[in-house]
Design a protein around this ligand. Structure first.
Ligand code: GLA
Length: 352
């Protein structure tokens, strides 16, 4: 029997592009998961297969290099095996199989979940332990160094630390601080596919990172997330218009996370989180320019439906998923209205 481990993805509720800027983020784990099964073998190979892709990829044990071409999908797994080898944790031969229902490439951190799940199943199989934060840091290194995608720390940390039904607030001001709060009773996050594939590698994600670094330098701070809105507004006139808009997005997103956290902490009117989502999306459109026409159309469509308190893009942007903040009792009515409004029914990716 294989050993199996399942890890959820994450949905970013507020705090867009704040993680690598030393700001705050509010996320929820998805219900959908990536599952990785591992069987030890007597041959000296790592073999990777997946429910989603025909054929397997295998490599002899030892130092692993990233796969290229049509085998590149296996790199999150190969990279996880490799980083554990470098950390001194090596199994013999193994067959690794990837399954689960978390959509891939939809902006729900499926790649981070896959790295974390692969590392956990290997550690479990050889009776070793690694603290979740260390595991998350290794998963990030797999993505940045082995796969070559310039992701921030948000996704692996959220996947490694997420608990069902609990929102996570991550504060990246210094060493990441993580707090949990229950999802407000009677509320759901609906996650839809915009239909526009989001591809971090080819998107303008790296460019936005560079712009944020340039804005921080021009403002004389190590990271934009360290600025409170009042401090930012005082210093902002010194910035060229584009960098000012990029920086404003980051600073105000963190402020919106703080505002949401106050609502959640007080057990207050959770409907107010909807307005924060709407403001966040406007900021993505106007200031950070990381939305997409298909995403904007879906957000506008959701907001036209009664019962949706707020909607925004989630994750890196430039396509990907859209979320709506909805009272649980209104979910069936919202889905029925979307089915009847004349447009193609967007794919519901998850309901948290
Ligand atoms: C992607 C990255 C994260 C984060 C978000 C935007 O999901 O992987 O690190 O930057 O975009 O908030």
């Amino acid at each position: 029997m294989p050993t199996t481990v399942s890890v959820p993805g994450r949905v970013e509720v507020l705090g867009n592009h704040t993680d690598y800027n030393g700001g705050r983020v509010l996320v929820a784990p998805t219900r959908r998961v990536v599952t990785v099964g591992l069987k030890t073998t007597t041959n000296r190979r790592v073999t990777v297969s997946s429910d989603a892709i025909r054929g397997g990829v295998w490599r002899p044990l030892g130092a692993l290099e990233p796969a290229t071409g049509s085998d590149a999908w296996a790199n999150y797994v190969l990279g996880a095996v490799e980083i554990l080898r470098v950390e001194g944790i090596e199994l013999g031969g193994m067959r690794i199989h990837v399954s689960g229902d978390l959509p891939i490439g939809a902006g729900l951190a499926s790649s981070a979940a896959l790295c974390v799940a692969t590392m956990r199943v290997i550690l479990q199989t050889c009776g070793r332990r690694m603290p979740s934060r260390r595991l998350a840091a290794c998963a990030q290194t797999v993505e940045t160094d082995f796969v070559g995608v310039p992701v921030g720390p948000l996704d692996p940390l959220s996947c490694a630390l997420g608990r069902p039904g609990r929102l996570l607030r991550l504060d990246f001001t210094r060493e990441p601080r993580v707090e949990r709060v229950a999802m407000p009773r009677g509320w759901n996050i609906l996650i839809f596919d915009s239909g526009q594939r989001h591809a971090l590698v080819s998107s303008q994600y790296a460019q936005r990172r560079r712009e944020c670094t340039a804005a921080a330098r021009a403002l004389g701070v190590p990271k934009l997330g360290l600025l409170r809105p009042t401090q930012f507004h005082r210093r902002a006139p010194a910035l060229p218009a584009k960098l000012r808009r990029r920086a404003r997005h980051v600073v105000m997103e963190s402020a919106r996370v703080d505002a949401a956290w106050r609502i959640l902490g007080r057990g207050g009117a959770a409907a107010g989180i909807g307005a924060l989502l709407n403001a966040s999306h406007r900021s993505s459109q106007d200031d950070f320019e990381n939305s997409h026409a298909a995403v904007d159309r879906l957000v506008a469509r959701l907001r036209a439906v009664s019962g949706v308190e707020g909607a925004r893009l989630t994750g890196g942007g430039f396509g990907g998923a859209v979320i709506g903040w909805v009272r649980r009792e209104n979910v069936p009515r919202v889905l029925a209205q979307l089915a009847a409004d004349g447009g193609t029914l967007p794919r519901l990716l998850d309901l948290v």
